[in-house]
Design a protein around this ligand. Structure first.
Ligand SMILES: Cc1cc2nc3c(=O)[nH]c(=O)nc-3n(C[C@H](O)[C@H](O)[C@H](O)COP(=O)(O)O)c2cc1C
Length: 182
């Protein structure tokens, strides 16, 4: 038996991996925000889609430069991820208040973050209006990972405590790889 719940309750599709999106304005100022509505949407070419609320500074920045990086935090960044998602760069310089250090990208002008599990460099190729947000579809131009935490199955969960967002202040981290039968 199921219980029918509020048809607007998107938490039914959570927990979801959470990332730190770094964006840059046309004047060169850099901002960071948390995002869990991020997904790969094409393999060849490698495209990702990120759903970004129109009122955010990140939205304005991505519109201005057509670039962003998706940075992959671990559980040690829990509080940083929460704060980057509840405060706007319109009020606070989050890069400095959160003690984040920028790392030059190899292909795009927008930097990544140091001390993460990795980051990807993205260039917007398409946009779709989705209610109060814009779905930015971007081509991945470069992928950087902490070598010892990455295997043929992707993240080694013993070494890479990736973060998933439940909702509000709630997060989780997966700890076990399970293999399906051939
Ligand atoms: C864990 C977490 C995940 C979030 N995911 C998204 C998301 O996928 N898309 C979005 O537009 N906002 C998301 N938010 C909210 C933004 O991070 C928030 O609006 C932020 O303050 C925007 O910052 P900015 O104005 O500096 O760009 C999330 C917040 C948290 C805490």
């Amino acid at each position: 038996m199921y219980k029918t719940i509020d048809s607007r309750d998107y938490h039914v599709l959570h927990p979801r991996p959470v990332y730190l999106i770094v964006s840059r304005s046309k004047n060169g100022s850099v901002n960071v925000m948390s995002a869990s509505w991020v997904s790969p949407v094409s393999d060849e070419p490698f495209l990702v889609a990120v759903s970004i609320w129109k009122g955010s500074l990140t939205h304005q920045n991505i519109r201005e430069t057509g670039e962003f990086t998706v940075n992959i935090p671990s559980d040690k960044h829990l509080n940083t991820v929460y704060k980057a998602g509840v405060v706007s760069g319109r009020e606070v310089d989050k890069i400095s208040s959160l003690g984040l250090r920028l790392l030059k990208s190899s292909v795009i002008e927008t930097p990544g973050l140091e001390d993460m599990l990795g980051f990807i460099e993205c260039k917007v190729v398409n946009e779709v209006e989705v209610g109060e947000s814009t779905l930015f579809i971007a081509e991945v131009k470069a992928v950087h990972v902490v070598e010892e935490a990455y295997t043929r199955y992707g993240w080694d969960l013993n070494k890479a405590k990736i973060l998933l967002h439940h909702g509000g202040r709630g997060f989780t981290t997966p700890s076990k790889l399970i293999l399906a039968h051939r």
